[in-house]
Design a protein around this ligand. Structure first.
Ligand code: SF4
Length: 105
């Protein structure tokens, strides 16, 4: 799957490659984003992108399946889009913080 296909397929709008909304798992039918345009969850750069990111995160904040959505995005290293209330940068930071060596004090 190309990056562009990955970016657009399982998406928030549902359908796609037969894997439905937000990837695999029984949590998908409850995804709050299913009521919104997929474009909201794939914002571009700049001020408009920042506004859309904030709006998408607002939707995620009250989504009943936020945790499994985020788990899916982390497990599958989703490179684009807002998943579980996180941006790609947020998820990179989360992966870094959980893979960093721990110091024993
Ligand atoms: S947490 Fe956000 S991106 Fe994930 S299913 Fe819910 S609304 Fe969609």
């Amino acid at each position: 799957m190309s990056a562009e296909t990955s970016r657009r397929s399982p998406s928030h709008a549902g359908g796609g490659l037969g894997i439905g909304r937000r990837g695999g798992g029984g949590w998908r039918p409850e995804a709050a984003c299913s009521r919104y345009s997929v474009d909201l969850f794939y914002p571009g750069p700049g001020p408009t992108g920042e506004r859309l990111t904030a709006e998408a995160k607002f939707v995620c904040a009250s989504c009943p399946v936020r945790r499994p959505c985020l788990d899916f995005a982390l497990a599958t290293r989703q490179p684009y889009g807002i998943w579980g209330g996180t941006t790609p940068e947020d998820r990179r930071d989360m992966r870094r913080s959980t893979s960093a060596p721990r110091r024993w004090t």
